[in-house]
Write a protein that binds this ligand. Sequence first.
Ligand code: AMP
Length: 449
Amino acid sequence: MTFSEFNFVSELQEGLDAMGFEKPTPIQEQAIPLILQGKDLIATAQTGTGKTAAFILPVLNQISQSQKKGVKVLIIAPTRELAIQIDQQIQGLAYFLGISSIPIYGGGDGNTWEQQRKALELGAEIVVATPGRLIALLAGGKVKFDALEHLILDEADRMLDMGFSEDILTIIQHLPKKRQTLLFSATMPSKIRKFSQQILQDPEQISIALGKTAKGVSQYVYHVYDNQKEELVRQILRSQDLQAVIIFCSTKDKVKSLFKTLRKEFQVEAFHADLDQSEREQIMSSFKNKSLKILVATDILSRGIDVEDIEMVINFDTPNDPEDYVHRVGRTARAEKKGKAVTFVNEKDRYKYRDIENLIGLEIEVVPNPEDIGQGPDLKSAPSRKSGGGGKPKGGGKPKGYPKKSKRKFRDNPSQAVGNASSEGERKEPENPSPQDGKFRKRKNIKGE
Ligand code: AMP
């Protein structure tokens, strides 16, 4: 299938060409025709599948032909990073349509607040907002959504987990009843279904298989004791010239402590909820333009963040929730590229590890620890919690000889191939690339592959 089959207005097709999008992804193939028909939609799709463009493209096509004045599209997203990213994708795709959009999110200074308020009052055609900030702006009473035609809730499961359901319902009270509503979610628990019944009308449903990690990701685990983790991560980082790595830890304290250790040797930054907005933006901007190569982060970064060419994701701590694994690993191998995901599993986390394998339907390859780090615990015999295998992990047990042959040197480990995952080497990007600059250059690279 090609995009031309959707018969988009020519300026939108131009935007697609400039972005280098040649073929629709599966979620786009399924969602775009339904959205063009004006249907409400519930879609299960994880990030990395092209879900953002799946809702942006048809909606842009529709509003480019609408005569109404004012905000025509409201997109609600859980985090400011995701809101900014969606807005950037709109700016790239809508470049030749001349449609205006604005991201509205918390943090920032008084100026940001003023700018956001003005843009809302003047009626940018598309608003991409986090719920909290939008509610605060609505409270001023001057923001009107009378012209609204499309409401999109992105990462709805995440928003409900973050406690935003009341806020979203409040926002919806300010919207016209006659509108198209689209709900995108990485997972579809019953609370999302119930929630959707309150706000969608007779929705179509589509689902892009959840729980499968992207095809291009090679996944490995190391069985480790906690005191082996730091040295192992240092060795992985030293052993190859990685240009973009995210290391996930389970808590912000762990992020801070690993950051302190790694910064003695590597150029690295920490990303967690304690940073203020300008710090977050600065870090993300240098990570995106590759002047910063290593980020240590909490799960705040695991969803929805679209950075090109991440070569490796290291799960310093096994994710608590198997779905978080899929999200973390989804940071690499975006849009059919290649990437590596390495997970450290200790004895305590052996059950989480089993649950991850169950969810992704794959036995993850175990890599023997480098010789000088020594053997880790034997985790292979752990049953899954979900399979009812019972029995607690035997805490503190000495390794039972797994892996049997741990004599392989580090350089033999599969994760070393990661250095070849990107052949681009150092890319020169402007310090603060404009959204269009970044997107256009980025897509041209993809095209040239
Ligand atoms: P998403 O799942 O929306 O986070 O998208 C993941 C990445 O895929 C983003 O960098 C998009 O720009 C890119 N993308 C989306 N649709 C296409 C497409 N049809 N062809 C190539 N890249 C795409």
